[in-house]
Design a protein around this ligand. Sequence first.
Ligand code: AHR
Length: 514
Amino acid sequence: MKKISSLFIFLFMCQSVVFAQETKITVREDQNAPKISKHIYGHFAEHLGRSIYDGFYVGDTSAIPNKEGVRTDIIKALKEIQIPNLRWPGGCFADTYQWKDGIGPQEERPTMVNSWWGGVTEDNSFGTHNFLNLCEELGAEPFISGNVGSGTVKDFADWVQYTNHPAGSPMAKLRKENGREEPWNVKFWGIGNEMWGCGGNMTAEYYANIYKQYATFMNASENNENLYRIAAGATGDDYHWTEVLMREVPKSLIEAVGLHHYAVIDWKAKGPSTNYTEDIYFKSMKEALKMDEFVAGHIEVMEKYDPENEIDLAVDEWGGWYEVEEGTNPGFLYQQNTMRDAMIAGATLNIFNNHSERVKMANIAQTVNVLQAQILTEGEKMILTPTYHVFKMYTVHHDAKLLPVAFDSPEYTFNGESLPAISVSASKSEAGSTNISLVNIDAQKEHKVEIDLEGMDVKKMQGQILRSGKIQDHNTFDDPDKITIKDFKDFNLKNGKLSMVLPPFSVVVLSSKK
Ligand code: AHR
């Protein structure tokens, strides 16, 4: 009898271990849930290192195939991830940029020193026309960050007039003389960048006044009614910055407040981009996941002043930031991109989706050859990074309606510290497909999940996965397809319950099909 009861206890314990390992997730439809703005999937191209020059832009005399000087392989790759918007020309560079130096005949354009990024000469060969024509080619909304720190209100207002005024104004006339008849109608305008730092080391109170002045004069013409003005936001948990802007700026002058947060383990020792330990990996993920706390914290402040939810939060810089690759210019911020970056991208985009009632825009830093890049180039070669592949898998969420999820994540434990191992977001597209993106950041353990699709009438699903053998794995110019999106079929869908095992450090996206 004693033997039987011990066997029973043993079996019961085994069973509870199995149950404890399975994470139950519920996904439900909510009529009041917001749409996930496609602009959360925005990108960023600064005049920094090899982002523009020797990145996007090789010039129209280059042997590398190009359209008006921009690499066609990059254009094709960005179209494939349905790039919704592109932020330009900075970053810190924006508050040094004189836009009038970047128009007119290229050979007559004055040069400047790019004082933030490597002290190199900027010859202004890539300017407003190049950028806006590129956006048109990509089908992406341009997002211009204007110079507030070292510019003037008039220069800023002139830039808006140059890009947006149809005819009859001095700037519209100048644009036409430079070969562009129709205005581009740029909607997204950043009023300065990091004004607490490289934008001019201002206090929030001082910037709030300056902001109002710039925002007022940008609305000079009839055609500018649809401007979307983004105030340069806080970094990390600087809630005071957001509080001051929300309190001081009238709603008639602002459409969004910015926020920047980089996953950096230590600004003085950022760690390598590829050859890192699990300790460094864990710390990077800890920093990346703080995005959830920061976004929630800034939203809480915004709620206080804007319970009507009329002003958006735009996380217009985010991503992983490591030491530069050996032998490269430290001012160029060139880093490789591994499965760690895929984890940061997948988990961060899930955070934005789940906060899409207020987060309407975000821009990963940066698109080509800088920081957490989606694309790396070397001469005529180009590779797509794990981060790129995550953006591709997540296109299903663009402008889809959020489906709220609820679950308790198992823990990813390392050296006595824990992080939530799993992150999830879900949406329903206008065409009716249900999409679920799951990320398991645990470097060691797989995690079993069961998703209850609460009466959603989902009968068939198809899946994709991004995974690799080692967390440090990455694509190289010699092995560009080491990490690519693969079909994922290891799931079971029965009676509205979807179950699967998420491999360690993997991203999975499932979509229903008819
Ligand atoms: O993305 C690189 C830099 O990081 C940007 O120029 C600046 O805004 C931020 O500090």
